[in-house]
Design a binder for this molecule. Structure first.
Ligand SMILES: [Zn+2]
Ligand SMILES: [Zn+2]
Length: 174
């Protein structure tokens, strides 16, 4: 299943390249480090909100049975849990991301760093022990414990990179 998820991610990348060729996604160059930093934070926050909404929706009992139950079979998560997803979840995430990239000319560096952060965050988020220091919770970061709580209590912590949206929409659990 994890391998299949990986292959689907490659398919998403090819769709992205195709959209770039069509001119639907444009990439900019020559940005300052500050702009790159702001772009990366912006992608993370926007994707975090979209993932929050998407994740909240797939927990609807009917959709959950079909799409998301498999991921939650991992109550005790591990480094592969990130990739245990229904194909439609993987595609949903990938297309959501491409949609965001269509709205603004991000730098290829910002996108690359974001993808790297996404992979690292997803892997760390599913480890069975806390990786982040205690103070990172105060920075509203979505720590390992934060996502682990979601695997224990499925009605809480739908966000991923941050706990901002859960705090805002009252679904946050420490
Ligand atoms: Zn998970
Ligand atoms: Zn879930």
């Amino acid at each position: 299943m994890s391998l299949f998820t990986l292959m689907l991610n490659i398919a998403v990348m090819l769709i992205g390249v195709y959209l770039w060729k069509l001119g639907w996604i444009t990439l900019s160059e020559g940005k300052t480090l500050w702009v790159l930093f702001i772009e990366i934070i912006a992608i993370i926050l926007v994707m975090d909100l979209l993932m929050y909404i998407f994740h909240y929706l797939v927990h609807h009992p009917f959709i959950y049975k079909v799409l998301h139950r498999k991921h939650h079979e991992h109550v005790s998560t591990n480094y592969l849990s990130l990739f245990v997803l229904h194909p439609l979840e993987t595609l949903g995430f990938g297309l959501m991301m491409l949609f965001v990239f269509m709205w603004y000319d991000f730098s290829i560096f910002s996108i690359t760093i974001y993808l790297f952060v996404n992979l690292i965050w997803g892997t760390i988020g599913h480890l069975n022990r806390e990786f982040f220091p205690k103070w990172s919770e105060k920075l509203f970061l979505g720590t390992t414990k934060f996502h682990n709580q979601h695997h224990l209590n499925e009605q809480r912590n739908f966000g991923f990179y941050t706990s901002i949206w859960d705090r805002l929409f009252s679904t946050y659990k420490v």
